[in-house]
Write a protein that binds this ligand. Structure first.
Ligand SMILES: *Cc1c(COP(=O)(O)O)cnc(C)c1O
Length: 363
């Protein structure tokens, strides 16, 4: 049996059907209906944040979060290249210039020591990524942003349910984007949200995701269409009931991997930092000086019907479409992109499958 790198969590068929029954009665399928409203409330509670604005996917959530600030064209945004290409696209599609900062070796998030040297008079924001659910150094980043008058918009696509000293990840910076894509810890099939503490941006984000429309005969912004529909929201309501169980199962998978792989020399495993409540979104392994290279392990697993993922490789700054932006030296990001593999990780991954995967890596 082939093993995929991920497997979407789903509620029971009957549970979902029951959840969407009233949509058949009302014929109200989208445009911020009852399911949409309920899911925003449910998520505000779960993520322990004052404001959740839903979007049809994580990418458009991030693109609109940045658009909200209407930064002058050509302004600079400090970000990292060790991410999913969506992060960089969201910046550039807003007419802004990505300035690539290196990541740190410890948790693969932006290296806070290297941010300030990249700030110029054109810098307007920092867009850091909580890689694999490891949270960035949010205190230092905020301190730097405050000192230089910059906005901080987190790509928190990996960080659903993660907490730092009991504070939900959604509370850091000016805004955070979460992705509810089918492959993530928590899904609404496709989906996403922008979360933030202060009430201010809520109306405007709602306008941006709905053509800028603010009333029957009023249009206040040049918005697009990025609304989550009622069926996505219903899936989200159901999946949220089970997400704690799913994360508990992922914890078991991660601990089982740790037991197998912790014995091997020349590899590095992801460590949960102090004070962090993790979500076990991914299981990254860094093949530093292992007897097999990252690419050899990837091929060997593949030959055995097991899909792992070079995540993230290549660096987004290396994609052809970003050839026009200058490349800063980001040696740590480059090293990680060449040595990391994320192994299959999902709630129902069996102990037998984990032992098969680890035997192939270890033999
Ligand atoms: C998944 C992901 C996105 C995009 O989210 P979608 O919901 O797929 O649009 C952005 N950034 C990162 C880091 C992601 O993992």
């Amino acid at each position: 049996m082939p093993i995929n790198v991920t497997r979407s969590s789903m509620p029971g068929f009957d549970e979902y059907c029951e959840e969407i029954r009233e949509l058949w009665d009302s014929h109200f399928l989208t445009n911020m209906g009852v399911k949409h409203q309920q899911l925003e409330k449910d998520l505000e509670k779960y993520l322990d944040v004052a404001n959740v604005v839903l979007f049809t996917n994580g990418h458009l959530a991030l693109e609109n979060a940045i658009a909200y600030y209407a930064f002058p064209e050509g302004s600079e945004v400090i970000t990292t290249p060790f991410t999913f290409v969506s992060t960089t696209h969201a910046i550039v599609r807003n007419g802004l210039k990505p300035v690539f900062c290196d990541v740190n070796e410890k948790d693969f998030t932006i290296d806070a020591d290297k941010i300030e040297e990249l700030i110029t008079e054109k810098t307007v924001a920092i867009v850091p990524v909580h890689v694999y659910g490891n949270l960035c150094d949010t205190d230092r980043i905020q301190e730097i942003a405050d000192r230089h008058g910059l906005k901080v918009i987190y790509d928190a696509a990996h960080a659903f349910g993660v907490k730092k000293n009991g504070v939900g990840a959604a509370n850091f910076g000016d805004m955070s984007m979460f992705s509810f894509h089918a492959t993530k810890v928590y899904n609404t099939i496709e989906g996403g949200a922008v979360c933030f503490k202060e009430d201010g941006p809520r109306d405007d984000l709602n306008h941006l995701k709905n053509f800028g429309i603010s009333g029957l005969e009023e249009c206040v912004r040049i918005g697009g269409n990025a609304k989550m529909n009622e069926f996505q929201a219903a899936m989200g309501i159901c999946n949220l009931r089970h997400v704690d169980d799913e994360i508990a199962k992922r914890k078991h998978v991660a601990e089982t991997y740790d037991r197998w792989l912790g014995k091997l020399d020349g590899i590095r495993l992801n460590r949960t930092a102090e004070g962090i409540t993790p979500n076990y979104a991914y299981y990254p392994v860094i093949f530093d000086s292992y007897k097999l290279s990252r690419d050899e392990v990837y091929r060997k697993l593949r030959e055995n019907g097991i899909l792992s993922r070079k995540y993230f490789y290549p660096l987004t700054s290396d994609f052809e479409c970003y050839g026009n932006f200058e490349k800063n030296d980001t040696p740590c990001a480059r090293y990680l992109a060449a040595h990391v593999l994320t192994l299959p990780m999902y709630a129902d991954l069996s102990d037998e499958d984990i032992s098969r995967i680890c035997s192939i890596i270890g033999e």
